[in-house]
Design a protein around this ligand. Structure first.
Ligand code: GLN
Length: 284
């Protein structure tokens, strides 16, 4: 990026090369997302304007972002935004960056419910509000209680709900899992922290810039499944479901924990990489 008169296409190529050297796993995509952010263009528009030169201010701003990305700051922390279930969500370093795998959990919940009548869903550890919002947006009869221990995370989630005009369908509650929750729900869902603590220390640099509170699943990664499944039945309507995202090697353990608590295991759903990703229980 030495000379200033670079076109969009050249800049993307140069910075993708730099990010590759820095060990980023999707360098070209990252370069495009960051340049698109600086220019206020989506990726398609970038491609339609590959020969367009940038002015100095744009290049400087972009260069600073690429520098930070080279330090392995996650792209959504730089753009403040991440797409989830086709929703543009605000994110901050206080929340887990929504992952594409988690869209499977949303798909599964939508498959289980029949919103011809009002459906009440509890989302434990809502973070940015990704799951709660993706669900609520699908039907005006879907009502979600979105809980999180972190007040900072709830502020991000509430901002997202305002932006998407979903406040009427979502209640935000500061709560350590069920602590401040009342009532009964048709579905309890969660993407709890599930990375075993020792593994977290060795995770990719990007992951270590996300809140440990959202990732650290205790010594064996299963602490939150025990806590959730211990209490879930008391907060479920008859025939209600528990739908949980899991780490790819946790299905057997989580199934055992749920069955020991009297829940009936329904299925384990695999993600696009063929890995176990979501477990479904029913309270008969
Ligand atoms: N899927 C995330 C990761 O592997 C973990 C999310 C979580 O702990 N809930 O980085």
């Amino acid at each position: 990026m030495a000379k200033l008169q670079h076109s969009i296409g050249e800049l993307i190529k140069l910075s993708a090369g730099y990010l590759t050297e820095k060990g980023c796993s999707s360098p070209r995509l990252d370069a495009e997302l960051l340049l698109g952010h600086v220019l206020g263009l989506d990726r398609l528009s970038l491609y339609l304007n590959l020969d367009k030169p940038l002015n100095k201010k744009e290049v400087d701003e972009y260069r600073a972002l690429i520098g930070q990305r080279g330090q392995r700051v996650p792209v959504p922390h730089l753009t403040g935004e991440r797409e989830f279930y086709s929703l543009a969500l605000s994110v901050s370093p206080q929340v887990l960056i929504p992952r594409p795998e988690t869209e499977l959990l949303v798909d599964k919940v939508l498959e289980l419910i029949e919103p011809a009548e009002p459906v009440w869903i509890l989302d434990l550890g809502t973070g940015s509000g990704a799951i709660a919002l993706a669900l609520a947006c699908q039907d005006p009869n879907i009502f979600v209680t979105a809980a999180d221990l972190s007040a900072a995370a709830l502020r991000v989630a509430e901002k997202n709900a305002e932006q998407l005009e979903m406040n009427a369908q979502i209640d935000f509650i500061e709560s350590d899992l069920f602590e401040n929750i009342q009532g009964k729900y048709n579905v309890i869902c969660s993407n709890p922290p599930y990375i075993p603590r020792a593994q977290l220390a060795q995770a990719m640099p990007e992951v270590r810039k996300e809140p440990a509170l959202a990732l650290d699943g205790g010594e064996d990664g299963l602490v939150f499944y025990r806590r959730i499944l211990n209490q879930a039945a008391s907060f479920l309507e008859h025939s209600g479901f528990v739908v949980l995202e899991i780490g790819c090697d946790q299905a057997r353990h989580v199934r055992e924990i749920g069955e020991q608590r009297g829940l009936s295991w329904q299925e384990t759903v695999r993600d696009y990489a063929g890995k176990d990703r979501v477990v479904v229980f029913r309270w008969a």
